[in-house]
Design a protein around this ligand. Sequence first.
Ligand SMILES: Cc1ncc(COP(=O)(O)O)c(C=O)c1O
Length: 438
Amino acid sequence: MSSYSERARAILPGGVNSPVRAWNGVGGEPVPIVEAHGSRIVDAEGREMIDLVASWGPAILGHAHPTVVAAVKEAAARGLSFGATTEAEVELAELIRERYAPAERVRLVSTGTEATMTAIRLARAATGRHKFIKFAGCYHGHSDALLVAAGSGLATSGVPDSAGVTPGAAQDTIVLPYGDEAALTAAFAEHGSEVAAVITEAAPANMGVVAPPAGFNRLISTLCRNEGAVMILDEVLTGFRAGPAGYWGVERDHDVAADLDPWTPDLVTFGKVIGGGLPVAALGGRRDLMEQLAPLGPVYQAGTLSGNPVAVAAGLATMRLLTDEVHGRVAEAATSLRDGVSGALTAAGITHAVGSAGTLFSIFLGLESAPVTFEQVAGQDTAAFARLFHALRREGVALPPSAYEAWFVSAAHTASDVDHIVATVAAWAQSERDSRGA
Ligand SMILES: Cc1ncc(COP(=O)(O)O)c(C=O)c1O
């Protein structure tokens, strides 16, 4: 253990400020990062690596884009925080609505957790109902009612998924298997008049990347509308990353091309990309719902640093730079990396599946076909992933330290970055095949 790790563990629980940063899923000790530029990060031992973590999503332009850094410096020089509305906040909210029409009104907050927590509160207030439905394997932040696992029977109350969450906080959360239309329809048949909301990731990306089965999001939308419940689409991870209008936009474009009326969420949550690496998240949605937030309505929500001017400057600069052309570059890098890695694994006979949603993807080692439910995801070979993770680190590639995460690319990833990663995966796959055969 390095002296840094010892020092970190002596003050920060587990040596980290967020559990995903620990290497519990792959073994070993993380080395602190000292800087990051473009597609590269540099650790405290001076090792430069091609980064596929992207701060868990925000760094879609690559790290420390000069225009974003300049905007942050300029905003900071004008004052770090005012506790009052600024023009830039209005502009960022307008930009979100311009690109994502269902966000008729927008409230900026600091974290995705705040956004989803507020969305649930708002849905409960608007419907006068208490229960809501979530799906196993979808992550919506760490507020109590959302840290709930499936109970013993389907469509029953959930049970706490973290110590410290009370049965009371969990009892109104119904947890269903992801993508299971029959379970969803049955839950509405049993509890319809009590269901305030269904919350779902637009495309699950916290159990690896899962493509929503065709029509699943639409079914949620239809059931919510028919039963008087609120559809909360969580785009904290996918928003302005999976595509120019998030994963909702991917399905909308598909529907329009197929001559179908697009479905629309009632509330939507954003985070990550809209802050460009600083803490900005947002709740958006139907005007009649959003205007129930204080000070217009009775639903309380507040934040000392909400819409912080320095954070908003980073978000605004990022969003302005995020043109269709830039999204095209992200898509190109993601597609060539995904296909290259999968091809290299196939060539070596390594069983794997690819999960793909817009420009997000992940690789499931040991699975024969792309999973949909958390149960299927859990069948992947996490020990093989840990070997791949460390092999890539040794060759200067930083994957997220968990088999349950997306492989995040940015507009700064070049063709030679992709070639290096694919070649490294190919070499690992050959040696993995040889050692399995031995
Ligand atoms: C889909 C989704 N929702 C909510 C959150 C919580 O966001 P935050 O970590 O900003 O609280 C995350 C974080 O990874 C997420 O991926």
